[in-house]
Design a protein around this ligand. Structure first.
Ligand SMILES: C[S@@+](CC[C@H](N)C(=O)[O-])C[C@H]1O[C@@H](n2cnc3c(N)ncnc32)[C@H](O)[C@@H]1O
Length: 448
């Protein structure tokens, strides 16, 4: 049931985002107050690297052609377009065979880690990051819906999509409400793919009892950074309207070859004007926090990041860190430097149309997504109804307390704890759009 007056507050480090939701009959209005948020968008990141030469984590590297692949780093002089255009991209090279390659290096750790995570049960409610996970699900839902709506506004055809690095199928219901025709789910972790398929089959059974439509689906176990996944599709000539890669693209930045392969997989079946969307750790924010801490480790009660590369000279590929999040993720990840991401994508005909921090994206979309915010329980009530917050310390709710003190008529508010907000503000959403492909005399693709 909606409270007569519900207030939602967010707080991030030295800043607070306050959202006031006033319910007047059936009309809802939102007021947003956001004192001096510190945001490093892609442009700000660039600007910072120009005028802060001491701490520039992202200054563009100068690398010899010999060293290009191995030693590309963020930290020597040269302009972005030079270095990025000199990256060797296998535009036209067929990526390996469709045989499953030997799972090695980081892939072994990823498979071991994700296969060992138990699926959600009733215990999820007790998780310290319960609301944060709901917040992340809200972001993904809104992102997927935004681009499905754009496709529908232009075309009437049934929609096909690829969920690359699908995990256990956390987004199955998001696709279900999208009225899709076909979904292809791919992940490296076999146990996750099996669980995704089981969950799909359970939903399918329920849908057929209720005579509801559910999309057709295909499930593939593959390393998207090493194999050409199209060859594993039932119909390798399928045209996709959308490719979604949620919380996973950063794994491919282990090496240039892997990043190329992943990008090719994301792009090659997309129709012209189709979308490649996703969520990703925001390297600008990660590096900024890294530079604000002594040493290579930072975090709070619920997350911890440890960098394992040179702080003054992180490489463009293989800039490794460990991200630990209360029983959720704990295997090596890699920084995705946005200009390289954009350049790689452009080599495969993808043009960046949106890159936003989660907090900014949330701010932009919360009015449209208000019903879902409530439905999936994105906010923790403060003061808590049962006297207990999920956060351990009172200090985790300082922002909420302060708000209550200055708004004495307010009975309760909805919020995320400070530690949770520090995690969500590390992430960003992105969307690329596919250009038209023309084939030149040498049989190579050109994108227009
Ligand atoms: C954080 S989970 C996200 C799962 C899902 N997209 C979601 O949002 O719920 C990251 C997923 O990426 C998968 N992954 C990591 N590296 C991969 C690779 N090289 N190829 C395919 N999947 C990979 C992992 O197995 C894991 O399921």
């Amino acid at each position: 049931m909606l409270p007569a007056l519900g207030t939602l507050i967010r707080n991030s480090e030295n800043k607070a985002l306050e959202i006031l939701s006033v319910v007047t009959d059936s009309v809802r209005c939102f007021r947003i107050v956001m004192p001096t948020p510190r945001r490093e968008t892609m442009n700000e990141g660039k600007r910072r690297s120009q005028d802060d030469s001491e701490r520039r984590p992202y200054k563009i590297p100068k690398i010899s052609s010999e060293e290009k692949r191995k030693k590309a780093s963020f930290n020597t002089e040269q302009n972005t377009s030079n270095i990025l255009s000199s990256l060797s991209i296998n535009d036209n090279k067929e990526t390996k065979s469709s045989e499953t390659p030997v799972c090695n290096g980081n892939a072994v750790l990823v498979v071991k880690h994700y296969n060992s995570i138990l699926s959600e049960s009733g215990s999820r409610h007790k998780s310290r990051i319960f609301y944060m996970r709901n917040f992340n699900n809200w972001i993904k839902s809104i992102l997927i819906n935004t681009y499905l709506t754009r496709i529908r506004s232009k075309y009437v055809h049934p929609i096909n999509a690829l969920d690359i690095c699908c995990g256990k199928g956390g987004d199955l219901f998001k696709w279900k409400t999208g009225y899709m025709k076909k979904l292809i789910f791919v992940d490296l972790a076999d146990v996750s793919v099996r669980e995704c398929q089981n969950r799909y089959e359970n939903i399918l059974r329920k849908c057929s009892w209720n005579k509801e439509h559910l999309f057709a689906a295909e499930f593939i176990t593959a390393d998207c950074t090493k194999e050409q996944i199209r060859k594993k599709f039932k119909d390798p000539s399928i045209s996709l309207d959308m490719v979604s890669c949620q919380f996973a693209f950063h794994y491919c930045f282990e090496s240039l070859e892997q990043a190329e392969c992943m990008m090719k997989n994301a792009s090659e079946c997309l129709k012209p004007e189709g979308y490649f969307i996703g969520t990703i750790p925001n390297a600008y924010e990660l590096v900024s926090r890294w530079h604000r801490c002594d040493g290579n480790t930072f975090g709070n009660d619920i997350y911890n990041v440890e960098f394992l590369c040179d702080k003054t000279n992180p490489p463009l590929f293989g800039a490794k860190y460990y991200f630990q999040l209360e029983g959720v993720v704990n295997c090596p990840e890699f920084l995705v430097y946005l200009p390289v991401f954009i350049k790689l994508a452009s080599k495969f005909g993808l043009e960046l149309i949106m890159f936003e921090r989660f907090d900014k994206f949330y701010e932009d979309k919360m009015v449209d997504g208000v019903n879902l915010l409530r439905k999936i329980n994105v906010f923790e009530c403060y003061p808590p109804w049962n006297g207990r917050t999920l956060g351990k310390a009172e200090k985790d709710y300082e922002h909420a307390k302060k708000y209550m003190q200055t708004h004495p008529n307010c009975r309760d508010i909805g919020t995320l704890s400070q530690p949770e907000w520090e995690v969500v503000s590390l992430y960003a959403v992105f969307a690329f759009q596919k250009k038209k492909t023309k084939w030149n005399n040498e049989g190579k693709p050109e994108y227009v």
